[in-house]
Design a protein around this ligand. Structure first.
Ligand code: ADP
Ligand code: MG
Length: 698
């Protein structure tokens, strides 16, 4: 049997040890198997011949058929070059060589038919092709070339002459050596049911497609396979976790929950909140350990849902804890929750890095003997020395700032892992959530509390600042507060800080009667807190800040959010920022300030923001505009396998199919020992061994 994974790339003809080392290092290609899994990023149709009169310099590649009229030398020394004037009867273009001139000249013949292929450019208003591929027309069978693959190469590879063509050549030689079918990686049922190509056919056609139809089918097969194993992995993992860990059973609703619900809750829950609380209650009573993702737009009332769920834990004799990503947010949650529990006999404590000494000791002691029932804090709560008597429920707010490993630490805080509720205000499109949080059950609050006025979003040019300031003065005169947010890009912190400082001075000048506070990431925590407090207490009317205020800060009296250089923010970031206003009864505004010149993409982003307040719509648009790679949080999300061909933004339908197929396998063969699926389980094992950044909870 022809085992591609056992054949080292360096023995392939034309490779050798040096190129092999480069391929190892740059692309992680070691074996022939690795090589054939390195897919082209695009194809060029080589069956098509253009007329010179129809060419334009923006075409990525051109192919023409004609004759050389004459050849000349031009330039001196380093400038010297060979120029062939080439015509097909409809026009003339120049073919140019800067290197290997002698060799080229010797081999080219005037008035002989050639086919020329290359990338056009314009020089002195003439179209030219530098270093084209040129071959005698009668020798080249274009129909056998068809779609020609192009492979991504790195700078370093290019320096070693490992261009796309070189990879193509290697690929051709390997594919020609495949004379018997490659071992299948999907079961016959999956292949038939989804009308997939065999692996061998797919590999052949992904590299050298016979036609576009077969290329599409090859792509489908390979994408499906990739996404299928991502889903099988994540579902298997979730299933396994369920098998290994029992969950605490919180069977009763007791006096703490009821007192809160009947006496302390100042408003009606929204239908969405009620539904989610029911979903959580069902989990808590099931005997399984809950791992649930709670999605809900900013201001949808997630904190309240979290609190009521924690009270159920308390009613059943367990402790609960809520982790926030920053001290400011932890403080805020602590204050909110304490006031909500006013008059009730629940001991709530706050634990952050700045709580030290006697106070800290007392809290730690209270946690250990069970007197502290509810703990609110930052990641300080997962430190080794923080021990609980009986931790039963954990809420993680705004999980983007918490890595998977930090989550894992929580599990060890009790003999059995506590129930976990992860809350996020960044809506995640469904198919993406399936892939990235595919092991979590999802609850969604898709409704805002009544009486909220949707935030009005406006786009303003920075050249019209005066009229903007004018309307802001009116808001301040009415007693409202205003945020000004400046962008932050880490590579140029100095410049950003300068922008912020300048903006701050400018704003102080423009609003001489106001107190203006300032918050940015380079400040010491205490200083930041002090500035923040000025705003929270209403002493300052204006806050100038970088995106540190993005997450969770709640100042209902703030009604204007001005985003400076809005073009430099991503959609979900803008949406988060907008969520800082519109929290009170007054009409609020989000003002996106940009320059006049905007790229198409920026314009689209701004338009979407102006058009809709729907977080899910924005998340979908964001995914389409940016692709998932950039999406905040995806890097540390613990997605198991690198995707080589599937695209989370575009392949939603295939993700859905793959998910259903994987689910079916897990349901029919939960223990993974049916010979029927042996092939799939074995392949999953192989992939797991290969996977690079699988940092899942151990
Ligand atoms: P999120 O964390 O989802 O952004 P919060 O939990 O901070 O939202 O809630 C935002 C505000 O709405 C809080 O002031 C909260 O007290 C209030 N709130 C929550 N649920 C309701 C409700 N059902 N009716 C009225 N107000 C609510
Ligand atoms: Mg919140």
């Amino acid at each position: 049997m022809f085992e591609l994974e056992k054949r080292d790339i360096k023995f392939l003809s034309g490779v050798g040890p040096q190129r092999a080392a480069t391929l190892n290092k740059e692309l992680g290609i070691f074996s022939l198997r690795d090589l054939i899994s390195y897919y082209p990023y695009k194809y060029v149709d080589r069956s098509r011949i253009y007329a010179i009169c129809n060419l334009d310099a923006h075409m990525p590649f051109i192919q023409i058929k004609g004759e050389i009229l004459s050849i000349e030398h031009a330039g001196e020394g380093r400038q010297s070059r060979l120029i062939a004037h080439f015509s097909d009867g409809t026009g003339v273009i120049d073919l140019i060589w800067f290197q290997g001139i002698k060799y080229v000249e010797k081999n080219l013949k005037v008035f002989k038919p050639y086919i020329v292929f290359g990338r056009p450019s314009v020089f002195n208003q003439r179209i030219q092709v530098a270093h084209p591929e040129i071959e005698p027309a009668e020798e080249l069978q274009l129909s056998t070339i068809g779609l020609r693959p192009f492979y991504m190469t790195t700078e370093r590879m290019k320096r070693m002459n490992l261009h796309s063509q070189a990879i193509e050549k290697m690929m051709r030689s390997v594919i020609q050596q495949i004379t018997e079918p490659l071992p299948e990686t999907l079961t016959p049922e999956l292949i038939t049911e989804h009308h997939l190509l065999s692996l061998t056919e797919a590999i052949r056609n992904i590299h050298f497609p016979q036609n576009t139809e077969l290329l599409k089918r090859a792509e489908l097969r390979l994408k499906f396979e990739e996404l299928f194993y991502v889903q099988l992995n994540i579902l298997h993992y979730a299933h396994d976790r369920q098998q290994r860990f029992r969950g605490f059973v919180f069977g009763k609703i007791g006096s703490i929950f009821n007192t809160f619900y009947q006496q302390n809750l100042p408003f009606e829950l929204t239908e969405a909140q009620k539904r989610v609380i029911r979903e959580i209650r069902r989990d808590l009573g099931s005997g399984r350990q809950m791992n649930r993702l709670l999605q809900g737009d900013v201001g949808s009332g997630k904190t309240l849902v979290a609190l009521m769920s924690m009270l159920i834990a308390l009613d059943n004799g367990y402790q609960a804890c809520l982790m926030a990503p920053t001290e400011i947010l932890a403080n805020q949650h602590y204050e909110t929750i304490r006031s909500m529990l006013f008059g009730m006999e629940v001991r709530v404590e706050l634990l952050t890095g700045s709580i030290k000494g006697k106070r800290r000791e007392a809290i730690l002691k209270g946690l250990l003997n069970g007197e502290v029932q509810l703990l609110i804090g930052t990641h300080a709560v997962i430190e080794e020395n923080v021990q609980f008597a009986a931790l039963g429920f954990v809420v993680i707010d705004e999980q983007h700032r918490f890595g998977v490993e930090q989550r894992a630490k929580l599990w060890k805080k009790n003999v059995q892992p506590p129930h976990v509720l992860v809350m996020t205000a960044t809506p995640i499109p469904r198919t993406l959530a399936m892939t990235i949080y595919g092991d979590l059950d999802v609850s969604i609050i898709d409704q805002l509390p009544p009486g909220r006025k949707p935030v009005t979003t406006l786009h303003r040019l920075d050249s019209h600042r005066e009229s903007l300031f004018h309307s802001i003065r009116r808001q301040i005169a009415e007693g409202r507060q205003v945020y000004f947010v400046f962008p932050l890009i880490t590579e140029s912190e100095k410049i950003d800080l300068k922008n912020l400082e300048e903006g701050y001075l400018h704003i102080c000048e423009a609003f001489p009667q106001c107190t203006v506070c300032k918050v940015h990431g380079k400040m010491k925590a205490a200083e930041k807190d002090a500035q923040m407090q000025l705003f929270v207490q209403g002493t300052a009317q204006i806050m100038v800040a970088t995106t540190v205020i993005e997450v969770g800060v709640n100042v209902p009296n703030a009604t204007v959010m001005v985003v400076e250089n809005a073009e430099r923010f991503g959609l979900s970031q803008l949406h988060q920022l907008r969520g800082r206003v519109g929290r009170g009864a007054e009409q609020s505004y989000c003002i996106l300030v940009t320059g006049v010149k905007l790229t198409d993409e920026t314009r689209k982003r701004i338009d979407i923001m102006v058009r809709t307040n729907d977080g899910f719509e924005i998340a979908e648009a964001d995914l389409k505009l940016r692709g998932p790679g950039d999406l905040e949080g995806t890097q540390q999300s613990g997605m198991a396998f690198d995707l080589k061909i599937a695209n989370l933004a575009r392949d939603g339908q295939i993700i859905q199919l793959a998910r259903e197929a994987a689910q079916h396998v897990i349901e029919t063969d939960p223990e993974g020992n049916s010979p029927h699926y042996a092939l799939l389980w074995k392949q999953l094992q192989t992939l797991r061994k290969e996977m690079t950044n699988w940092s899942a909870i151990s």
